[in-house]
Design a protein around this ligand. Structure first.
Ligand SMILES: CC(=O)N[C@H]1[C@@H](OP(=O)(O)OP(=O)(O)OC[C@H]2O[C@@H](n3ccc(=O)[nH]c3=O)[C@H](O)[C@@H]2O)O[C@H](CO)[C@@H](O)[C@@H]1O[C@H](C)C(=O)N[C@@H](C)C(=O)N[C@H](CCC(=O)O)C(=O)O
Ligand SMILES: Nc1ncnc2c1ncn2[C@@H]1O[C@H](COP(=O)(O)OP(=O)(O)OP(=O)(O)O)[C@@H](O)[C@H]1O
Ligand SMILES: N[C@H](CCC[C@H](N)C(=O)O)C(=O)O
Ligand SMILES: [Mg+2]
Length: 516
């Protein structure tokens, strides 16, 4: 896979698209021209960030959480913007189009400018607290397994055919999304798999996308800093299912693939106009079900019973939670007409997803696993899985991110203490928060539950924490290093410093070997 760094991308080059503003105006209705009405202008690109404006750009002003795009109009004009879309009166030497809500308008403007690429793709959106990245990778395996070229958008980046571009957000802004989808179509992709975060839905980043299928993985606590309550968080995710089938393409069937074992599944079934396919393990009344699950340190075996037949699977992934991820993927493959035996063939070859239960080995007599669990539920799942295959103790290194849901910190520490034999609490990405304070919030959970101090320690420095856990490990132990998975940086005070759990583990294992 060719890896392209975000900054290397030559924006507006291969997808350069010239259009008259007149051709786009219908997406902006209702609007009015402030300044001179001049709809004969040709634009060569659309941008929402003034720093990216080039000659011929239509600049859209967005009011953000940090700053307001309306403040950068002069800079945009200096760099070559030929017209501005704004939601309030601004001074500018180029025509200004005023709309009620620029963020909404941007989504439709971008979809039109890039010629509605999602109409030419089978777009599958995946939402839920945990499992989105995993499911999009599994989908890729199934659909590429039967010869399709595919695209993928999510936490690990945007993959178009054979190239991977790193990104800032799990679900990018509407403009970037539409540009990527057009690139996918141009690269011959037939399907696209997209992680849909609740933030993205709430902020309207996915407006303008036409989904064929939406998958719901699960709903547990996260992001309460942003959504406030679990009810609001659930509602935000629901918008993805509510919008299925509401487009003018509604003659084509749309599918909602829902985890029938999750307590909130009925809500999503009720609000979607799409065809519903359910999957699960515990509920008997689901369309795609796994039974006879057997988990070993080598992988899992289970039987899939579905409306398209029954097959025995033997996969390399671990953990009951991954059976759910596999089932939702299987359901998505079945509705697209891929046979259960073809699906089985592809999924059995999947070794795992980067940074998710990723084993790091230098021939030591114990296991070290790097995982991306950064929510209470995922941490619990991963530790329970580790317990199942550990011959001896489970040691856990865990931190919580700064500037994010604080209420999950004490809970995550409690889960670590409950399921691991020893926990090393440490920093994740502190961002602009004081790392020691984040640790304090975690420790409070342990004090509340009167957890013995012999069962945990806390070290602000993540490298030191990883070294400590590796030094403590004995034969047969499993060391889980949770929270950062595939990440290759640590964000401290808005500075992204290189940090890769997997590299640090190998260093620590090397040191331990030298000392032996
Ligand atoms: C709270 C939030 O989501 N913020 C996102 C948002 O930033 P913002 O609204 O604060 O924008 P801003 O910085 O105030 O800028 C406002 C406008 O001025 C423009 N501007 C700014 C400066 C300048 O010189 N010129 C200029 O034109 C900006 O381009 C923007 O259009 O728009 C940015 C550009 O797309 C996002 O990168 C940024 O995500 C930040 C990094 C973030 O941390 N988001 C998290 C909460 C998030 O969205 N997470 C979910 C994943 C959740 C999960 O699954 O676990 C995600 O999808 O990534
Ligand atoms: N279906 C699941 N249920 C519970 N936990 C899961 C599930 N799938 C994965 N996990 C755990 O959650 C972690 C994150 O998984 P993954 O990256 O697939 O989720 P995500 O939804 O993409 O997360 P993010 O919100 O950060 O994008 C994994 O490392 C694993 O520990
Ligand atoms: N998509 C998640 C990523 C969290 C990863 C974790 N390492 C952290 O920094 O908190 C979020 O924005 O909450
Ligand atoms: Mg993800």
């Amino acid at each position: 896979m060719i890896k392209i760094k975000k900054d290397d991308v030559q924006r507006n080059e291969w997808w350069r698209n010239r259009m008259k503003i007149r051709e786009l105006l219908h997406t902006l209705t209702p609007y009015y021209f402030f300044n001179e009405k001049w709809d004969d202008i040709t634009i060569s690109s659309i941008e929402m960030d003034s720093r990216l404006v080039t000659s011929g750009t239509l600049f859209v002003c967005i009011e953000g959480a940090q700053t307001d795009g309306h403040l950068y109009v002069d800079q945009a004009v200096e760099l070559g913007a030929v017209a501005i879309v704004a939601q309030k009166k601004i001074e500018a030497t180029v025509p200004v189009i005023i709309v009620p809500d620029t963020r909404r308008s941007l989504a439709f403007l971008a979809a039109e400018f890039f010629r509605n690429p999602t109409k030419e793709l089978g777009l599958i959106g995946v939402t839920g607290t945990n499992g989105k990245t995993t499911v999009t990778h599994l989908l890729e395996a199934i659909f590429e397994g039967v010869g399709n070229r595919t695209g993928r958008i999510g936490t690990i980046g945007t993959k178009i055919g054979d190239t991977l571009r790193e990104g800032k957000n799990t679900t990018p802004e509407s403009l970037e999304l539409q540009r990527s989808f057009r690139e996918m179509v141009d690269a011959g992709c037939k399907y696209a798999f997209m992680e849909v975060s609740s933030h993205a839905i709430q902020m309207g980043r996915i407006r303008g996308c036409q989904f064929k299928t939406a998958i719901f993985t699960n709903l547990t606590q996260d992001h309460l800093d942003y959504h406030g309550t679990m009810e609001e968080y659930k509602r935000a995710k629901g918008l993805l299912f509510a919008q299925l089938g509401s487009s003018y393409d509604s003659d084509k069937l749309k599918y909602a693939i829902i985890n029938g074992d999750d307590p909130v599944s009925q809500y999503y079934m009720d609000i979607t106009p799409a065809q519903v396919i359910t999957y699960g393990i515990d509920s008997q009344d689901v369309d795609v079900r796994a039974t006879n699950i057997k988990i070993s340190s080598e992988g899992m075996q289970f039987t899939v019973e579905s409306f398209m037949g029954t097959e025995d699977f033997r996969v390399q992934l671990l953990g009951k939670f991954n059976v759910y991820n596999l089932l939702s993927t299987i359901a998505a493959g079945l509705v697209e007409g891929i046979s259960l035996s073809q699906i089985k063939q592809s999924l059995e070859q999947v070794k795992g997803v980067r940074g998710r239960l990723e084993s790091v080995s230098a021939g030591q007599g114990f296991s070290v696993v790097v995982d991306y669990a950064h929510t209470p539920d995922s941490l619990e799942n991963v530790l329970l899985t580790a317990k199942e295959f550990a011959e001896n103790r489970v040691l856990c290194v865990i931190g919580c991110g700064g500037d994010r849901d604080r209420t999950k910190r004490p809970i995550m520490a409690q889960i670590a203490a409950r399921h691991a034999d020893y926990s090393v609490l440490t920093s994740d990405n502190p961002r602009t928060e004081e790392p020691a304070q984040i640790l304090e919030d975690m420790i409070q959970g342990l004090t509340q539950e009167k957890v013995s101090k012999e069962l945990y320690t806390s070290l602000v420095d993540r490298r030191e924490a990883i070294y400590t856990a590796i030094e403590m490990a004995r034969p047969g132990d499993v060391v889980i290093i949770a929270g950062k998975g595939h990440e290759t940086y640590q964000d401290i005070n808005n500075q992204k410093l290189h940090f890769d759990d997997r590299e640090v583990v190998l260093e620590a294992l090397g040191q331990r070997k030298n000392e032996e």
